[in-house]
Design a protein around this ligand. Sequence first.
Ligand SMILES: [Ca+2]
Length: 364
Amino acid sequence: MILVRRRPLLLALLWLVTLAVGAALVLVPTADVNGATFTVTSTGDGADSDIFDGACDDGTEACTLRAAIAQANAVPGLDTIDFNIGGGGLQFILPGNPLAEIAEPVSIDGFSQPGSSAGAPKIVLYGNSAGSTADGLVISSGDSTVRGLVISGFAGSGIRIMNNGGNTLQGNFIGTNFIGNSALPNGTGIYISNTPDNVIGGENGGDRNVISGNREGVVIFDTTDGNSASRNRILGNFIGTNSAGNAAVGNSNGIQIYSSNNTIGGTEAAARNVISGNNFGVEISLTGNRVEGNLIGANLDGTASIANGTGVSIWNGWDDVIGGSAPAPGTLSLGTAPASIFRAELATASRAISSERQPLARLR
Ligand SMILES: [Ca+2]
């Protein structure tokens, strides 16, 4: 009797579960799981007119970058922001005040603008009108990508990364004009605050960022335990040169790292950064950071000097590695004590050296 009475109950429960799963599937359409694509069609600065409608529209049936970011923030999942402005070609976007923080993962692809290609970005985000402390793009979402943009003229940072890591920045000109041959400074080109696993650049030609002309080129800063901004990689970029890698468009400081266990360059030739033409090429604090395989104070071919004032400086650092993978010749492991101050000068005004030829470096 008991079994007979329970069976309908079980069936009813199963039926309810089936209904609930079915309803959930209906309520969460595929578009939300995979995110949406918003295509910027206007250089305007208008806000999205209705954040709840899932469409990027400033109210005039145009999609601005400001509206696209707002709408991407409103739609769950990894969204894409593409560009198709004015039928293609060079376009300038001048925010009148800071853009919204990117709070949901997004892939912003400036190379989608017709006419844009690796080494020739056509979407210029220019910060001259954005305010005295404005950043260009602020990314707190983590797992976001920014490709193929020119980001210049912001008083704060061109790109500021905070709260969550795992972001990828590739193919951008940060701190220069759209040709990549003169400075339009940001305060800081790229600022990574307390987040790990970000990638700046890459090993394919189109991945290269030109980060030049800024006060600070790249800053990786840890204000917490010294290990929060770790495992960041800076590879394959031009830092302090023009987009051809053959003349200086210097940052005051190319790369500043106040954190541990980050890598500049790598063991593959394609991972090599050109870090040249800056007052200071690389400044490092704390521990476990690696600077290997780069051209520091030289042009892209390593055939001529583009001197930094100082190539690499290590301040209050220990067990940082400069110059390649141990035990290869040229490895220089500096320091034994946290309080020690070391200074390695890897480039001189008259001599182009690569870090593989690190024995030329000296401590003082
Ligand atoms: Ca909308």
